[in-house]
Design a protein around this ligand. Structure first.
Ligand code: AP5
Ligand code: MG
Length: 212
């Protein structure tokens, strides 16, 4: 089995975009943001508990997200891409102690100047049917509001937490939490950095090269 991959990167750095491409290489993509949004969409008790937190761009508490992640992974069956988890050093330690437990894992840091990310994020649209990620400024669908991938009509949605104000808060939280996580994976010799300011295809080529 290939090592599990952890993508560390700021809001808008391209984690979801690249993880979707890596699925074609046999990985299973798990995004804690997607899992939480799906709980909100279902109107579950958990969804109701986290909805306000996510709309403000704050972090959901560590043990709630860890429990959700554990319920949605079987790390012995397939190699995972962890997107959006861990978010802080406590989650990095929990992920190792409660789920990965010594299994081969690599962390990839999507390094990028945070200053360019607000524009990227506010222009993001996501297909509500298949999850394909677009950008109105740089990667619009060929036909307005129709998904190129699955053909769904009127399906491109904006996330509630993708407003300028909320993205600023999300970026601030990221900047305050990233360094100890990088140090954690660096000390285990399991950290690689990728320049996430490159074009989507070039970021993917860099990932492929490192995964060979
Ligand atoms: P989550 O869903 O994880 O959001 P995030 O980390 O803020 O990251 P994004 O999904 O916004 O960005 P991305 O890196 O996936 O970028 P994408 O590929 O879409 O979390 C949301 C919320 O849930 C959190 O704020 C928190 O409340 C909660 N949460 C989740 N996990 C949690 C946890 N572990 N603990 C506690 N709370 C948690 O790309 C963005 C845009 O850029 C798109 O338009 C795309 O087309 C474009 N783009 C992508 N790549 C490129 C490129 N190379 N060049 C130009 N444009 C590009
Ligand atoms: Mg994402």
């Amino acid at each position: 089995m290939k090592p599990h991959l952890i993508i560390l990167g700021a809001p808008g750095s391209g984690k979801g975009t690249q993880a979707a491409k890596l699925v074609e290489k046999g990985y299973k993509h798990v995004s804690t943001g997607d899992l939480l949004r799906s709980e909100i969409a279902k109107g579950s008790e958990l969804g109701q508990k986290v909805s306000g937190i996510i709309s403000r761009g704050d972090l959901v508490d560590d043990s709630t997200v860890m429990a959700l992640l554990k319920a949605n992974c079987n790390v012995d069956k397939v190699s995972y891409i962890f997107d959006g988890f861990p978010r802080n050093i406590a989650q990095a330690e929990m992920l190792e102690a409660e789920l990965l437990q010594g299994r081969k894992t690599l962390a990839v840091y999507f390094k990028i100047d945070l200053g360019i990310l607000i524009d990227r994020v506010v222009n993001r649209r996501t297909c509500g049917s298949c999850g394909e990620i677009y950008n109105l400024a740089t990667k619009p669908p060929s036909v307005l509001n129709v998904c190129d991938k699955c053909g769904a009509n009127d399906s491109l949605k904006q996330r509630k937490d993708d407003t300028r104000e909320v993205v600023s808060n999300r970026l601030k939280i990221f900047a305050n939490t990233v360094d100890p996580m990088l140090a954690f994976y660096k000390s285990r010799k399991a950290l690689v950095e990728i320049d996430a300011s490159l074009a989507e295809k070039e970021v993917f080529s860099a990932l492929e090269k490192f995964l060979e």
